[in-house]
Design a protein around this ligand. Structure first.
Ligand code: PEP
Ligand code: MG
Length: 917
C-alpha cells in the first residue's frame, strides 16, 4: 500500500522515495507541503503537521470520490503523532488540538482552492476554552469560522446564508464591525450557523474532529476540479492531472493574548536591498488583520525593543532560510503566547535597486557565485534602475492623457513648449520644459537639449526625436497619434482635453505615457557602488565589446564613465546643425560655383577638427568611429512649407514699408528665400531615406567628405602630437556596391595620407563601411576587400530588408501588426533574427572569409537591446554600440549572452567566474 501521508518531519523519506529530486518532492507534497517539510528539517519552528500527497488526491478523484485504502488509517496515525507532539488532543476539552486543512498544489494557485481552519472545535471544546479564558469571544469566534468554512467548503452552502446571520446579529447588537461583538454574540452566531448547516444540508454539523478532518480533506481534494481552479490552470498552463496535496497543520494564534502577535518579515530590505530584517507586525492579531490593513501595523524594530530574544530568533531563522534558499526570503510568522512560529517562507519581491544590491552582497557573502549574481539581475532591471521614474504612490490610479511609443526611458516633468527656440530660451533648472512637436528635425536639437522631455505626435523608434532623445538621455514618447498639435494656437488636444503652452505635463518615457500636471519623481543613483561592482563582474565574463554612439565630447565622457570601450558611431551631420554652422552648411548647399562651395566647406574644417579633437581626447586609447555625412541635404535647409509661408509674409510686409532702404532689404530677403525655396524643392525627395544620402552624397560632393576626412586626420595628428593615443576609424555610410567604396576610399585615404605627411605625424587608422543595405550584406566578401571594418547599421538594414519606412511604420501598420501578432516583436527594437539576422550572419561569414581580421560591430539602435545583443554575441561580432545611457545595460546583457553560451557549452559550474576575481 503506498504511503499517502507524510509528517512534516518525514522529508528524508519523501526524498528517498523520489530519488532526492526537489521537483519530484514538490510534485508529491505540493509546493507548500515541500516548503513546510523543508523548514521543519532546517529546525525552523513550524507548527506541527502532515501532508496528504497529490497521489492520494488523484487516487481519490479517479475512484470517483473514494478515499484510497489505507489513507485514512495513515492520517489517524499522523493525528496521534500531532497529539503527542503538541500535548493536546483532538476533541479534548482541557487542551483541544485545532488544525487547518489546506490545499497545496505543485504550482502556486493562490486562492483557487479551498481551506478549512479550526478543525477540532465543537460545542464542548468551545465552552471549555471560553470557561478557561473567562470570556467566550475568542473561542466562539474560532468555532463560528469553522462552521462557516465547513458549511461552504464541505457542504457547498452559499456564503450568503452565513453572512445574513452575522449581519442580523450585528444589527441586533447595534454594532457595525465584527470586532465589537462579544462572547455571547459569537455563541449565538454559532447556534445560528449550526441551524444554517442543518437547514441547507439536511445534516448536523459533525462534532467529531476526526470526522471534520476526513470530510474537509475530501472537500479540498475535490476543489482541485472546482471551476475556479480548472479555469486558472487552463489560463496559466498548469497541467490538470497533477492533483493537489492537502496540508494538515496545528493552528497557532497570534490573537490568543497580549503576548501573541503576527507579522511578515523580509530577510533584507526589499526597497534598498540593505541587510537586516524589514517587516511589520501586529500584537494580539491574526494574519488577516495585517493584510486587511484595518489596524496600523508596527515596524519590526518594535519587536526588537519589546522582545529582543524573539527578534533575535527571527533574525536567526531568516538568515538560515536565506542560506538554504540562497535568496532573500519573505516570511510569515506568528507568536503564540510568547512562542515564535514560522508559517511560510518564499523568495521576496524587491525593487531593481534591491535586486542589484542583494545579488552583490550575497556574492560577497559567499551565498551565491558571481555568475549567479549576474544572472539574477536582468538587463531590464538595470534599465529601470538608471532612469528617474514617477513615484508610484503619486501616480496612483491617475489616468494617462495619452499613450505613444516609449522610445527613451525615464520620467520628465515640465511646462509644454511647442518649438525648439522657445525651449532653448525658456528651459532652465527652475523652469523645466517639455518640447512637444509633430516631429523633430536636426535643427530642433538645441531645443531638445534644453528640454527635460520630448513628445512627438508622429515618428517611430528610429525617428529623429527618438534617436536624439536616447542619445542624450531625455525621456521621450513619440508617435502619440491621438494628440493633435496646433502650433499656431500653441496648444495640444487629446479628445476634449486641451494643454496650452506653459501648462505642466509629465512624460513617462519608460511606459510611453503622458499625464497632465506635475507628478513627483524618484531619482536614480547612477553612481550606485553595487551596480558598479556587478557591471565590473559583467565585464570579466562578456566576450563582446561595448561602445557608444556619441557625437559630442560630453556624451563621449558620459559613455566612458558608464564603461564604453570606444565610440561605435559619431554621426557627424549632427554637428552641422549647431547654430554657428548651419548657415555655412546652407551656403555650401546653395553654392552654384565650385569655388563658393569650396570656401564654405573650408570654413567648416576648423569647426569639425575641434569636434573630433574633443572626441579623441576623451577616448584616449580607444577606437573612435567617425561616420561621414549621411542625411539628404534638404534636411539642412528650412522646410519648403516654411519658406513659402515666410515669402508670403515678406511680400505682405513689403506693401507697408516706407523707406527705400527698408524696401531694398526686404527685396533682398525675398530673393534669398526664393532661391532657398527653389533649391529645397529641387532637393526634395519623396522617400529621402532611400535617396541622395550616405555614400551617394560623398560621390556627388567629394569636397565635403574630403574636408571631413582632413578634419579627422588633422585632429588625430594634433592629438597624437600631444601624446593622446588616437584610433580613428573612418566610416562610409549606406554603401550598396563595392565600387562606391573603392572610389571613396581611394580619394579619402589619399587626403588622410596628405595630412599625415604635412604634419609629419603618423596615426593608426582604418577605413570601413556600414552594412545597412541588403546588397551590401550579400556582397560582403567583395566589400571586405576594400573595408577594414563593418558596422551593421541595423536601423537602415531593418528598413531596407523589410521594405518598410522606419519613420512611418511604427505609427502606421506596424502597430496593428504587433497587436495582431503578425510580427512577434517590433523589428526596429529587437533584431529580426530570421531575416535581418540571417543577412548579418551571411555578411559576417563572407566578410571574415575575405578578410579574417575584419572588425565587426553594430551601431543601429538594436545595439542597446538585450535580446539583440544576445544575437550579436552569437553572430560573433566584436562589439555593440549604443547610446551612452544604455552602456551599462549592454554590458550586463553581453555578460548574460556569454554565460548562456558557457552553460550550453559545458554546463560549466558557477565557480570559475567567482574564482577569477
Ligand atoms: C543605422 O542605420 O542603423 C544607423 C546607425 O544609421 P542612422 O540611424 O543614422 O541611419
Ligand atoms: Mg543608417
Amino acid at each position: 500500500m503506498p504511503k499517502y501521508i507524510y509528517l512534516f518531519t518525514e522529508l528524508d523519506d519523501v526524498e528517498a522515495r523520489t530519488g532526492g529530486d526537489h521537483e519530484a518532492v514538490r510534485g508529491l507534497l505540493g509546493g507548500k507541503g515541500a516548503n513546510l517539510a523543508d523548514m521543519t528539517r532546517l529546525g525552523v519552528p513550524v507548527p506541527h503537521g502532515f501532508t496528504a500527497t497529490t497521489e492520494a488526491c488523484n487516487a481519490y478523484l479517479s475512484a470517483g470520490g473514494e478515499l484510497p485504502e489505507g489513507l485514512w488509517e495513515q492520517a489517524l496515525e499522523a493525528v496521534a503523532v500531532l497529539e503527542e507532539q503538541t500535548g493536546k488532543g483532538f476533541g479534548d476539552p482541557s487542551a483541544p488540538l485545532l488544525v487547518s486543512c489546506r490545499s497545496g498544489a505543485k504550482f502556486s494557485m493562490p486562492g483557487m482552492m479551498d481551506t478549512v481552519l479550526n478543525i477540532g472545535m465543537n460545542d464542548l471544546t468551545a465552552e471549555a476554552m471560553a470557561a478557561s479564558a473567562g470570556d467566550g469571544r475568542f473561542a466562539f469566534d474560532l468555532y463560528r469560522r469553522l462552521l462557516h468554512m465547513y458549511g461552504t467548503v464541505v457542504l457547498n452552502i452559499e456564503d450568503d446564508a452565513f453572512e445574513r446571520e452575522l449581519e442580523d446579529r450585528k444589527r441586533t447588537a447595534g454594532v457595525s464591525v465584527d470586532a465589537e461583538l462579544g462572547g455571547d454574540d459569537w455563541r449565538d452566531i454559532c447556534e445560528r450557523y449550526k441551524a444554517v448547516v442543518r437547514t441547507f444540508s439536511g445534516r448536523e454539523f459533525p462534532p467529531d474532529p476526526r470526522e471534520q478532518l476526513r470530510t474537509a480533506t475530501e472537500a479540498v481534494f475535490r476543489s482541485w476540479n472546482g471551476k475556479r481552479a480548472v479555469d486558472y490552470r487552463t489560463a496559466s498552463g498548469i497541467p490538470h492531472d497533477l492533483g493537489t496535496a492537502v496540508n494538515v497543520q496545528t493552528m497557532v494564534f497570534g490573537n490568543l493574548d497580549s503576548s501573541s502577535a503576527t507579522g511578515v518579515c523580509m530577510s533584507r530590505n526589499g526597497t534598498t536591498g540593505e541587510p537586516g530584517l524589514e517587516g511589520d507586525y501586529l500584537e494580539n492579531a491574526q494574519g488577516e488583520d495585517v493584510v486587511a490593513g484595518t489596524r496600523r501595523t508596527e515596524p519590526l524594530s518594535g519587536l526588537a525593543e519589546r522582545s529582543p530574544e524573539l527578534y533575535t530568533e527571527l533574525e536567526d531563522i531568516a538568515r538560515r532560510l536565506e542560506r538554504h534558499h540562497r535568496n532573500m526570503q519573505d516570511l510569515e510568522f506568528t507568536i503564540e503566547a510568547g512562542k515564535l512560529w514560522v508559517l511560510q517562507t518564499r523568495d521576496g519581491k524587491r525593487t531593481a535597486e534591491a535586486e542589484v544590491r542583494i545579488a552583490v552582497d550575497m556574492a560577497d557573502e559567499g551565498l551565491i557565485s558571481r555568475r549567479e549574481a549576474l544572472e539574477r539581475v536582468s538587463a531590464a532591471q538595470v534599465d529601470v534602475f538608471l532612469h528617474p521614474k514617477f513615484d508610484p504612490r503619486a501616480i496612483g490610479s491617475r489616468e494617462p492623457l495619452a499613450e505613444g511609443l516609449a522610445v527613451s526611458p525615464g520620467a520628465a516633468v515640465g511646462q509644454v513648449v511647442f518649438d525648439a527656440d522657445r525651449a532653448e530660451r525658456a528651459g532652465s533648472a527652475e523652469r523645466p520644459v517639455v518640447l512637444v512637436r509633430p516631429d523633430t528635425k536636426p535643427d530642433d536639437v538645441h531645443g531638445m537639449l534644453a528640454a527635460v522631455g520630448i513628445v512627438t505626435s508622429r515618428g517611430g523608434r528610429t525617428s529623429h526625436a527618438a534617436l536624439v532623445a536616447r542619445q542624450f538621455g531625455r525621456p521621450a514618447v513619440v508617435g502619440v497619434s491621438s494628440m493633435e498639435i496646433d502650433l499656431v494656437g500653441r496648444e495640444l488636444r487629446v479628445g476634449d482635453a486641451v494643454v496650452r503652452e506653459g501648462d505642466w505635463i509629465s512624460v513617462d518615457g519608460t511606459r510611453g505615457l503622458l499625464y497632465e500636471g506635475e507628478i513627483p519623481t524618484v531619482v536614480a543613483d547612477l553612481d550606485n557602488p553595487y551596480l558598479a561592482r556587478l557591471l565590473s563582474w559583467a565585464d570579466d565574463v562578456r566576450r563582446i565589446g561595448v561602445r557608444a554612439n556619441a557625437d559630442y565630447p560630453r556624451d563621449a565622457e558620459r559613455a566612458r564613465s558608464h564603461g564604453a570601450e570606444g565610440i561605435g558611431l559619431c554621426r557627424t551631420e549632427h554637428m552641422f546643425f549647431e547654430t554657428d554652422r548651419l548657415p555655412i552648411v546652407q551656403r555650401m548647399i546653395m553654392a552654384t560655383e565650385s569655388h563658393e562651395r569650396e570656401a564654405a566647406v573650408m570654413e567648416l574644417l576648423p569647426l569639425q577638427r575641434s569636434d573630433f579633437e574633443g572626441l579623441f581626447r576623451v577616448m584616449d586609447g580607444l577606437p573612435v568611429i567617425i561616420r561621414l555625412i549621411d542625411p539628404p541635404l534638404h534636411e539642412f535647409l528650412p522646410a519648403a512649407s516654411q519658406l513659402t509661408a515666410d515669402l508670403a509674409d515678406l511680400k505682405l510686409r513689403l506693401q507697408h514699408l516706407q523707406t527705400l532702404p527698408e524696401i531694398d532689404r526686404a527685396l533682398e530677403e525675398i530673393a534669398t528665400k526664393q532661391r532657398y525655396l527653389e533649391r529645397a524643392r529641387a532637393l526634395h525627395e519623396d522617400n529621402p531615406m532611400l535617396g541622395t544620402r550616405g555614400v551617394r552624397l560623398g560621390i556627388l560632393i567629394p569636397e565635403l567628405v574630403r574636408m571631413q576626412v582632413r578634419a579627422i586626420f588633422e585632429a588625430a595628428c594634433g592629438c597624437a602630437r600631444d601624446g593622446v593615443d588616437v584610433h580613428p576609424e573612418i566610416m562610409i555610410p549606406l554603401v550598396t556596391h563595392v565600387q562606391e567604396l573603392r572610389e571613396m576610399r581611394g580619394a579619402l585615404e589619399e587626403e588622410g595620407r596628405r595630412v599625415m605627411d604635412e604634419t609629419g605625424v603618423d596615426v593608426p587608422y582604418r577605413f570601413g563601411t556600414m552594412i545597412e543595405i541588403p546588397r551590401a550584406a550579400l556582397t560582403a566578401d567583395e566589400i571586405a576587400e576594400v573595408a577594414e571594418f563593418f558596422s551593421f547599421g541595423t536601423n537602415d538594414l531593418t528598413q531596407t530588408t523589410f521594405g518598410i519606412s522606419r519613420d512611418d511604420a511604427e505609427q502606421g501598420f506596424l502597430v496593428e501588426y504587433l497587436r495582431r501578432g503578425v510580427l512577434p516583436s517590433n523589428p526596429f527594437e529587437t533584431l529580426d533574427e530570421d531575416g535581418v539576422g540571417r543577412l548579418m550572419e551571411w555578411a559576417v561569414g563572407e566578410g571574415r572569409r575575405a578578410r579574417p581580421e575584419l572588425e565587426m560591430g553594430i551601431c543601429g539602435e538594436h545595439g542597446g537591446d538585450p535580446a539583440s545583443i544576445g544575437l550579436c554575441h552569437t553572430l560573433g561580432l566584436d562589439y555593440v554600440s549604443c547610446s551612452p545611457f544604455r552602456v551599462p545595460i549592454a554590458r550586463l546583457a553581453a555578460a548574460h549572452a556569454a554565460l548562456a553560451d558557457r552553460a550550453a557549452d559545458a554546463e560549466v559550474e558557477p565557480e570559475p567566474v567567482a574564482a577569477r576575481a
